[in-house]
Every structure is written in structure tokens, then in C-alpha cells.
Design a protein around this ligand. Structure first.
Ligand SMILES: [Zn+2]
Length: 367
């Protein structure tokens, strides 16, 4: 059922506050064209946790995902629509490859698929801060987190949002990271980091952006729950939607929920796409005279075992990622096969377990 929301189109100057660090300046006004049917398709993944290559059963992987994304992009753009590709965070940790290679293949793969933005996930704090900084430099897309600050200086640690300007309409994407990262992430990597309340931050940013954007998206790593599953304390996407007005869509991560249909709360659609690249979420929107509607939603499987239709793997992606695929039977990964980084200063090269590694381990953490 398409649900409509009237969008305010008040022209307002945007004043940048110390609270916010945006990736682009906010628009001064919304300029949808009267009578024109604007189309936007939001594609999303979350919690890939280093699963850039297909698994042993031939499932998932970025090469098949690229084929899917490319074909959707071609279809949408051929009809005059636009595409945003978003990640709900956690590209690091999970399988050995990202830790051993500083998450480089994951970021290169996301660059090749033209991801537009990612929220900083809790597992991005399992790697040393220097490595995360180098990942940001390598990424062609912003890593967003509006509620993560330096506890001493009060300075934002990441960009808060990014505004996208399409022909005749604007979309702002706000990143929000779970404060449970203080419990989930490596404790040494969260020293001096202030994770502010997602609801309060989400509300402040929404108030500043929503009148200037035709669509406002919260790209979250909070989890799809009211409170964090009862065992932890941070609010999740459902609470955010119920307590904050103004977000049209919440693209989530962290709890790894596989939502085959969007959940509607307080006028906000909430989506999440499982984990490890098992699915690509696709939400199609239309904007008509200031009214936004979701016209279709699909959670598209990426080569699950037993699928009748196999998505071919993109050759360019295979060529890009093949050098980073670890041969787990070639002695590259001796015991322990996986461990957390124990020190912010520990180099990824410290993980090298044999000189005869089939790959050369590249370190982003070189100082
Ligand atoms: Zn998480």
C-alpha cells in the first residue's frame, strides 16, 4: 500500500552547526518539478562482514551482487529514474579476510559497485582507528555517523549526512551508529569516543534537514528493535521511527534481520537485508508534486543454494577481488584462524603467519 507523506517545501537557509558535519552542503530549497513523476530506487545491504567472495556453496559474493546492481541501475535509469546504493555498516570482521587485509577488498568492491554512502557499524570499531581512517580515504563513498564525537573536544568523528541532488529533487542520508558499540567494539578503539543518543541526534539532524530535502533517509547501524533485544540498552530502528518524525525511510543494520517487507512505523518505512550479502534490498519510490510513495519493495536473494536462477558473477569484480581471496587450505591462516585486533597500534602485517602466503597482505595501518 503506497503511503503518502506531504513534504514541506519551505525555502530555508541551512546554518551549519558544530553539531553537524555534512558531506555536502545542504540544499537551500527543494525544487521538485510540478507534475513530474520523479523516480528513485534505493538499493541496500548491511553487515557484509568481509564476505566479499562467494562462499563454499557458491552463494552470495560481491561479483554476483554487482551484476544485480548493474542490471537494476540500467533498468531504472532507462526509465529516467535514479539509484542510491547504501550500506548499513559492518564491512569489517566476521570472516578472516577483512582483518587480514584491512578490509581493502570490501571497500574496493563497494567502490566498483558505486555505493553512495555507508553508516559506520559497530565492527568498524574492531579495527584500529588508523586503519579505519585509511579505509575512509580508500572509499569513494562517505562513512556517516552523526552521533559519534570526540569526548574531549566534542568534535564530530565522521560526516553526519550526505545530500544527493537529482534532477528536480533532493535526498539527504543521515548516518547513526549504535552506542552499544561501546560494548560490542574493541574497548581500546572506543577510548575517547562519545556515542550520543541515537534518538536525540536523529531528531536534531532531521529537524535541520527535512524541510530542505524531498526525502530524508536514516542509514542506521542500530538494529531492528525497540530496545536492543532486551540485553543491551541502545534504541533501535523501531524506537527511532516512533520517537522521531521526519524520516521517510530507515535503512538498517546490526541486528541482521531479513525483512522481506518493509515495516511501517509512525509514517516511516524500515528495511534491513539480512547479512553477508545474502540479499540486496530494493525499494522503489515515486515523488509526485511533493508526495512520496514506495511503489514496490523486494529483498532479492544473491545466489542462494538451490536457486533456480543463478546470477552470473561480474568478470570485472572477479578480477578485482581474486588476488584478495585467501586459500584457507594453503597454510595462510594458521591458528588462530581469526582473532580480534588486540591493540590500536597493531599492524595488519602482524597477522602474517607464513612467508609463503598465497597473497601479499597489504596493510592500511602503517603508522
Ligand atoms: Zn553491529
Amino acid at each position: 500500500m503506497p503511503i503518502l507523506r506531504r513534504l514541506s517545501l519551505i525555502t530555508a537557509l541551512f546554518s551549519m552547526s558544530a553539531l553537524l558535519a555534512g558531506c555536502s552542503s545542504a540544499v537551500e530549497n527543494s525544487r521538485y518539478e510540478e507534475g513530474k513523476n520523479h523516480k528513485l530506487t534505493v538499493l541496500h545491504t548491511n553487515d557484509n562482514s568481509g564476505q566479499f567472495w562467494r562462499n563454499d556453496k557458491g552463494e552470495w559474493g560481491m561479483a554476483a551482487r554487482k551484476t544485480l546492481i548493474d542490471s537494476i541501475r540500467e533498468e531504472v535509469e532507462s526509465k529516467g529514474g535514479h539509484v542510491l546504493v547504501l550500506s548499513g555498516g559492518n564491512i569489517n570482521k566476521g570472516v578472516p579476510e577483512p582483518d587480514l587485509q584491512s578490509g581493502i577488498p570490501d571497500i574496493l568492491g563497494m567502490n566498483l559497485m558505486d555505493y553512495d554512502a555507508m553508516v559506520v557499524g559497530c565492527q568498524e570499531f574492531d579495527i584500529p582507528p588508523n586503519t579505519l581512517k585509511r579505509q575512509q580515504e580508500l572509499a569513494d563513498f562517505p562513512m556517516l555517523a552523526a552521533n559519534v564525537f570526540d569526548s574531549e573536544t566534542g568534535q564530530p568523528q565522521f560526516d553526519s549526512f550526505k545530500t544527493f541532488h537529482f534532477d528536480g529533487f533532493t535526498v539527504s542520508v543521515v548516518g547513526i551508529t549504535t552506542p552499544d558499540t561501546l560494548r560490542n567494539g574493541h574497548p581500546e578503539n572506543t577510548i575517547g569516543i562519545d556515542f550520543r543518543d541515537p534518538v536525540r541526534t536523529g531528531r536534531s539532524v532531521a529537524r535541520m534537514l527535512r524541510d530542505d530535502a524531498d526525502m530524508l533517509i536514516a542509514l542506521t547501524h542500530l538494529g531492528h528493535f525497540e530496545t536492543n533485544n532486551g540485553c543491551l540498552s541502545s534504541p533501535g530502528d523501531i524506537t527511532l521511527a516512533n520517537k522521531v518524525k521526519g524520516y521517510d525511510l530507515i535503512v538498517g543494520g546490526h541486528s541482521q534481520d531479513t525483512l522481506f517487507q518493509p515495516v511501517r512505523q509512525n509514517g516511516t518505512w524500515i528495511v534491513q537485508a539480512g547479512s553477508r550479502g545474502q540479499y540486496v534490498g530494493r525499494a522503489d519510490f515515486e515523488l509526485n508534486n511533493g508526495l512520496l510513495s514506495m511503489t514496490d519493495y523486494q529483498l532479492i536473494p544473491v545466489n542462494h543454494e538451490g536457486d533456480e536462477k543463478v546470477v552470473p558473477e561480474d568478470p570485472e569484480m572477479l578480477e578485482l577481488l581474486a588476488p584478495y581471496k585467501l586459500d584457507r587450505n594453503a597454510g595462510v591462516l594458521k591458528e588462530p584462524a581469526f582473532r580480534s585486533i588486540s591493540s590500536p597500534n597493531e599492524s595488519v602485517a602482524d597477522y602474517r603467519t607464513t612467508e609463503s602466503s598465497a597473497i601479499s597482505i597489504i596493510s592500511l595501518n602503517d603508522n
